[in-house]
Design a protein around this ligand. Sequence first.
Ligand code: ZN
Length: 390
Amino acid sequence: MDIKSKIKEEDITNLAQKLIRIPSDEIAGEQEVCEYLSDILKSLGMKVRLQEVLPKRPNIIAEVFGGNNGKSIMFNGHIDTVPIGNIEKWNTDPYKAIIKDNKLFGRGATDMKGSIASMIIAIKYIMNNVENFNGKIIFTGVMAEETTGLGTQKVVEEKIKTDMAIVGEPSDEKIYRAHKGTLWFNIFTYGKLEHSSESDTESNNAIINMMKLIEEINKISKELEGKNNSLVGHPSINVGLIEGGTKQNMIADSCKVSIDRRILPEEEPNEILDELRVRFDNLRLIDNRLKFNIEKDTVREAVEVSESEPIVQEVKRAVNKILNINPIVSGMKATTDMSILVNQGNIPSVIYGPGFIKQAHTIDEFIEVERLVESSQVYAEVLLNILTNN
Ligand SMILES: [Zn+2]
């Protein structure tokens, strides 16, 4: 069965273009993408349903069953994109999906409507070319990956049975079997409201107090650079937002910072916050104005699966066969829905998808057409082997 001659570039780019032309960021459009995909997947002969997660913000779940005694595999891709930002800065129309110099431009080209097209054309190849296959193919197009991961959460809550999954995020021509997690939290400090003319080093100023805690965070940042996970590198901490005080002629009585701490698979979010509290408490022993509060906001877990997992080996084998290279198996710095599939759904998963993460979330986002074709062929090779060799 010749995957390389039967998976055609224009089939993938046509579908990717259509998907890019339906804007779908966190405001609107996920429903329209689902409806569009629903028609296509039904026409392939899949059983399709929309799973409403929030009002007018569904997931799409499509399944096809072969013989009884085979394995099942799920493709996971998110149908939302990040917003386009300032359209004035784009040199191309983010929703026109033009192809120029073998690159497809537009919001979602890399992250990840191109990948969804590659997945669906791979599934189409199997449906049209393999008469009897065993097992099951599942496609899940999920909402809200760029913000909360709620879509994949909902998929996992339904306990859809599958032996393995591929998350099609851009994987930099590697296979990622791990990624970092995200811990967002807020720190609050307090002070005593007074006339600014009273201000001296004895004053209790929430902004100054916060400054001392931020100095400690800076020390922690340096320490984190000394930690290392062989797959995903070192953890990090970023002070991303600060708000405090009322006016320049008043001593500030409150201050808040928002922190993004990127965590390793072996780190535990609550332990990280407890350690931070201990460090701040120690500072407070020296300066009792440093009263603080730490509130956890959002956690998206880190993840790691073993290199020996069948899905890791399977994608490795397929990349080797289709592209004639020995792919690097590593870990991703960004957080994805893989952690939800693995940690909450107990589904062994990898990240493998067309393009490079540095192209995601950019102005003039694009993907090289060749990358889409390669990935689609690798996906088809994975399906073929898993569903016919048992
Ligand atoms: Zn993505």
